[in-house]
Design a protein around this ligand. Sequence first.
Ligand SMILES: [Mn+2]
Length: 304
Amino acid sequence: MSNNLVITSGYKYIDIDAYASIIAYRELLKKQGVNATASTLSTLNQSIPPFILGLKYRLDSADTLKDAKYIVLDTSNPDSFDERVTIDNLVEIIDHHTGFEDYWKNYPNVKTQIEFIGSICTIIFERIVSSGYTEILDTDLCKLLVAGILDNTLNLKSSITTDRDHNAYNKLIRIGNISSDFYIEYFSACESEILKNFTKAIKDDTKIEKVGVLPAVIGQMVILNIKDFNIEEMKKVFAEYPEWLINVISLEDGKSYLYFGGDTVQERLEELFDKQCDAYDLLVLDNFLLRKQIMKKAQEMSSL
Ligand SMILES: [Mn+2]
């Protein structure tokens, strides 16, 4: 094992699932005697509100350590890794996004666990349990992991939520003595951050990746209610792109509002979802989907 093991995630934005899981994995590895740090060169997006940053577990500084080996969590797309990661210094990947499972079979030196479940925090929780170090799970570490699960599964309501996510959530709530109302505190804090700096919040959670019939620019925003969402302001953010899509997930009514721009995007989305658009630039999904589910669907259609 290398002297310096750095746990990191994607480029150029990371969310609470990545943030919480790299910190919790560091705590586990440190407990196991490994000299591990958790850091990122990327920007933290609005899913990591100030009260989460104020918990006692935080990131380490993102120094470029000589001879460091890297572990990447929450992404397996080699084009979207933290800038310090190379194929030669990478030792492990844990991810729940599809698309690169076969790619990594060509690199047997990189240990991979890629499973389509709700949250990487669930996998880290399971590793903590299976290694017998549940004593590291104090309230603050539990809150971090619970926030990651809540965010990536949308309060455990998204269809990508598995029994394993429910199990991890229930155990973490109990072990950390966390209130069952914690989700309100968490999602309200995120929404305050979004509204504080709306344009930046959208850009910080936009993926640029061409998948199937989808536009290459895909934003996502989770809000408590669509009524509070400034659609005109949002369209300005995407004006610079020839084609784009944003998945606005409204938690209260449980729907995805897909706003889009660009030639032929309407026809492509209608084909993908087998559903007519609700307006010239809007398609509403009655049961919300996460962006990663939309991308998986497009990927599956293009490989038929
Ligand atoms: Mn994730």
